[in-house]
Design a protein around this ligand. Structure first.
Ligand SMILES: *[C@@H]1O[C@H](CO)[C@@H](O)[C@H](O)[C@H]1NC(C)=O
Ligand SMILES: *[C@@H]1O[C@H](CO)[C@@H](O)[C@H](O)[C@H]1NC(C)=O
Ligand SMILES: *[C@@H]1O[C@H](CO)[C@@H](O)[C@H](O)[C@H]1NC(C)=O
Ligand SMILES: *[C@@H]1O[C@H](CO)[C@@H](O)[C@H](O)[C@H]1NC(C)=O
Ligand SMILES: *[C@@H]1O[C@H](CO)[C@@H](O)[C@H](O)[C@H]1NC(C)=O
Length: 422
């Protein structure tokens, strides 16, 4: 199924992004602006062949042509899809810097409630960060999707992001879907280091077949998400009829954020099984379908159900309602003790984020988290000298995550929590 030439729709999206970027760069370029980099920066990627020609359109697909016989690097790579809405561009940039690593792939999406001005700001800011400019691994979706948080347009947007990431790079191993309200609790070096010990087909997805009160409140009403067919945002439309629960497969619910293997993402987007598609059609008229889609496909597929780990490596706290509450400085100890890789949800510029930057990520304001690739810098910029991006320097976060992983993957825990029918 590997097709070296991108399909026209992806090409269209990519062209839109690059055209936008280049138009903007044209307008904002100054005589002193840096020369565009070669695709593979020789300092960050000494083992990749470096191309000296800079071709804006080919650039994004250079990786698709498997012309190198070099064996893939041992440590894994993650593809991040980071989405937000209006007024989220500053948070997305902060989150991007916190989860940035030159080896990974990033796709940023501001949904249609955000003005184009914000999307332009996001694209320009990303390109102004030297290491990102050199590694060329961050893309911004130029033609945004309309997303209603409760409706099924949010699954469609996530699958869109995953499909673009599959096209952008043949190399990544895991897909992580984050929102602007999430924040990491370990460095990328910690996370990549721990993931490098694991089988690459594991999926970290919270799931339960216990539906409870959600059954009638969420699953039985028939709703229509205008995000699927109207150009302007509007309210979800509730039908008067209710429908029974499906019996052709068993529904599982979980949390929207998950860490999915590339194999599973390909199964959902490119696979030959029909369940990923029939479920999508069923969910197009359901509420909160984004917390159902991935857990249900995973647990109903015999070839994948043994790869499910019932934890998304994310810490959230709940108050009396079933909605996660905002985390603040009082939660800091719990965040650390959870051993999780991410926390959710945080308010815009909450002081606890500064605490996390300082104590857990060792990150200076406005700068990426230093990793093994960062060999040194100046007083106001921590990383101006770059080294091999394949070298990881895990720290205390790796120890915390390792402990959680040992617990989760011990055979009793793994099997007694895996796709259990209650
Ligand atoms: C892909 O690789 C083949 C040789 O393996 C080469 O002929 C072709 O031009 C390459 N395509 C691109 C887009 O670089
Ligand atoms: C919008 O973002 C700014 C910071 O970028 C923040 O100070 C402000 O509170 C936000 N406004 C709303 C309505 O969320
Ligand atoms: C992806 O993550 C965002 C933020 O957590 C969430 O709103 C969205 O529903 C998720 N999508 C899916 C399909 O899980
Ligand atoms: C996975 O699916 C197979 C076939 O349906 C089933 O026999 C097995 O019990 C399932 N495993 C788990 C962990 O659900
Ligand atoms: C996911 O599951 C784990 C383990 O059951 C739990 O600690 C965590 O709070 C759950 N996360 C969410 C977002 O529900």
């Amino acid at each position: 199924m590997q097709n070296p030439t991108p399909s026209s729709s992806t090409l269209y999206t990519i062209l839109t992004i690059t055209t936008l970027l280049f138009l903007l760069l044209f307008f904002f370029s100054f005589p002193s602006s840096p020369r565009p980099p070669s695709f593979s920066d020789p300092y960050l990627f000494p083992h990749r062949p470096s191309t000296t020609q800079y071709h804006n359109h080919q650039l994004l697909f250079v990786n698709n042509n498997k012309t190198t016989d070099q064996s893939p690097p041992a440590s894994p790579t993650i593809a991040y899809f980071i989405s937000g809405s209006s007024n989220d561009s500053a948070r997305i940039i902060r989150l991007l810097l916190c989860v940035y690593h030159p080896r990974n792939q990033y796709l940023l999406h501001l949904d249609r409630s955000a003005p184009q001005k914000e999307r332009d700001f996001l694209a320009l800011t990303v390109q102004s960060i030297a290491v990102i400019w050199a590694a060329q691994n961050v893309n911004v979706i130029g033609k945004s999707d309309l997303v209603s948080p409760k409706g099924s347009s949010s699954i469609s947007s996530t699958l869109h992001g995953a499909a673009v990431l599959l096209k952008l790079s043949p190399d990544w191993d895991w897909f992580i879907n984050l929102s602007a309200a999430d924040y990491p609790l370990v460095t990328q070096d910690d996370l990549l280091h721990i993931l490098s010990y694991l089988p690459k087909d594991l999926n970290f997805v919270n799931h339960t077949s216990y539906i409870g009160w959600k059954e009638s409140r969420i699953l039985k009403p028939v709703v229509v998400d205008p995000g699927l067919y109207l150009a302007e945002p509007s309210e979800i439309f509730y039908g008067t009829q209710r429908r029974p629960l499906p019996d052709a497969y068993r529904l599982f619910t979980g949390s929207p954020t998950s860490i999915l293997s590339r194999k599973f993402v390909e199964f959902c987007i490119l696979g030959t099984e029909n369940l990923p598609r029939t479920l999508l059609m069923y969910l197009s008229n359901s509420l909160s379908s984004q917390s159902i889609y991935f857990p249900t496909v995973l647990c109903n597929s015999p070839q994948l159900n043994k790869t499910a780990v019932n934890h998304n490596l994310q810490y959230s706290a709940y108050d009396t309602k079933s909605q996660p509450r905002a985390l603040d400085s009082h939660d800091f100890d719990d965040l650390i003790n959870s051993g999780s890789a991410f926390g959710s949800l945080f308010l815009h510029d909450d002081p606890v984020l500064d605490l996390i930057d300082q104590k857990l990520l060792n990150r200076g304001q406005g700068q990426p988290v230093p990793g093994g690739w960062c060999l040194g810098g100046s007083n106001d910029e921590a990383c101006t000298i770059w080294g091999d991006a394949d070298v990881l320097k895990p720290g205390a976060g790796a120890k915390r995550l390792e402990q959680l992983m040992v617990e989760l993957l011990s055979s009793e825990t793994l099997n007694s929590h895996q796709c259990i029918f209650e």
